[in-house]
Design a protein around this ligand. Sequence first.
Ligand SMILES: *Cc1c(COP(=O)(O)O)cnc(C)c1O
Length: 224
Amino acid sequence: MPLKENLLSIKNTFINPNCLLIAVSKTHPVSAIKEAYELGVRDFGENKVQELTEKAPQLPKDIRWHMIGHLQRNKVKYIAPFVYLIHGVDSIKLLQEIDKQAEKNNRIISCLLQVHIAEEESKFGFSEEELMLLIESEELKDLKNIKIIGLMGMATFTDNEDQIRNEFAGLKRLFERLKARNLPENVEMKELSMGMSGDYLIAQEEGSTMVRIGTAIFGERNYN
Ligand SMILES: *Cc1c(COP(=O)(O)O)cnc(C)c1O
């Protein structure tokens, strides 16, 4: 199906019309991003720094670029001037580097803390316990050029919908628990990034505020 129909059918199925659709354009050419832009999409997600820094200068300046993949500390400097939201923050060291690079660029960079909710070992993110320790830590309070605006999670890659739902529901409960706490000044729980092409409806039912959708918009990725 062409892009326009894909976008329309996704939007039509949204359970929460206020949920932000992030079009995950990784591996797809600049021309495909332009096409989606012309159809009104302004939020795009990439998971590789090099790909993001190659594409961004070729595209309109009002695009909001979401870094959704695992981010290495030594690469933060390349995206710090322009990135809109970093979804996969999974350590205090990475936060400190983002803070440092944000300061150099005279900006405050918004971040989401990634929580490990899947069964698979390979997926990155904090455990609940680690997250609580981070939120209470003195190191976090010192960071003036970052703002943590919520949490991000990826469910297990499985056909078992109950399992996916349970994982998302668990993340939502954690989000609500944090929200009810006395948080540091640079932390505010307002965004919950969960849901991809295969599970965004379940994610919305469980309270997602942003979904990251690639394949259902742009088609299958070709990694050659
Ligand atoms: C690739 C990717 C997505 C999009 O996946 P689709 O199944 O193509 O929608 C979402 N989130 C992250 C972190 C990704 O790396």
